[in-house]
Design a binder for this molecule. Sequence first.
Ligand SMILES: NC(=O)c1ccc[n+]([C@@H]2O[C@H](COP(=O)([O-])OP(=O)(O)OC[C@H]3O[C@@H](n4cnc5c(N)ncnc54)[C@H](OP(=O)(O)O)[C@@H]3O)[C@@H](O)[C@H]2O)c1
Length: 259
Amino acid sequence: MILSGRTILITGGSAGIGLAFALKFVELGNTVIVTGRHESVLDEVKKRHPKLHTIQSDVADPAQIATLATRVKIEFPKLDVLMNNAGIMLHRNLTAPTADLAGLMTEMNVNLGGVVIMTSAFIDILRANKGTVINTSSALAFVPLPSAPIYSATKAAIHSYTQSLRFQLEETGVEVIELMPPAVKTDLAVDIAEGGGITLMTTEEWSSNPLRPSRRVSSRSVQGRQNCSHSCAASPPVSSTGSSGRPLRSWCRLWSDRS
Ligand SMILES: NC(=O)c1ccc[n+]([C@@H]2O[C@H](COP(=O)([O-])OP(=O)(O)OC[C@H]3O[C@@H](n4cnc5c(N)ncnc54)[C@H](OP(=O)(O)O)[C@@H]3O)[C@@H](O)[C@H]2O)c1
């Protein structure tokens, strides 16, 4: 991926990993637009980082995505990178029925639906500008966190969807990247305790060089799957789950603490 002179839209860029990438991309000489659900948070981000462009938009709402796409295509016709980063993680007990059946779909609508609908809404401009799609998955696509079963399933789906997208766009000049971040201390990961093989890094540590993978992990080494490598800076869970299984056990503890 060319890392300067791009026009980059990052969903969920008002905090955490998305904001760290946004600031790094600005530093590298790109025009960066970030979205999030909360206007007040975006206003604060804009105040602290005036070079960032901010637009309120919820990736779980197709109407808001349509409005965002219309506006971005007019205001930023050179848009050539879409980073589908917005995501939420909810811890759920699947062993008992819930009264909130619709609520079971919340992560599906943000983590999976948001990526699929955003990609469709921007695919014309990305093709026209021979751009890049970056989808943020997780190592939990391969080793699920039992306390966050739907989150883990959405990330497995993003991994699969990204592979198909890459195949379909092969002849179009659009590059498709799957980003699999390590465990990072953000609001999303606030409930994940360190120890027992789990280490969380800060966004500052990662953003000192977020674009350099610390190691390459082949999915073949994870589950004997087809040859497909990911840019993965994971310490947990993929790299350290294998022989000892300790991180998975720690996460199961998180699960049993909650049930
Ligand atoms: N942290 C980790 O250890 C880790 C590891 C692997 C993968 N990831 C993935 O990395 C991505 C970023 O996670 P993070 O840890 O940086 O989370 P975070 O700190 O909680 O930030 C999430 C960002 O997404 C926005 N957001 C949430 N729901 C949204 C929606 N419906 N529409 C638009 N924006 C929305 C949030 O802003 P608002 O709340 O204002 O909307 C915020 O800007 C996620 O896809 C996550 O699954 C994280």
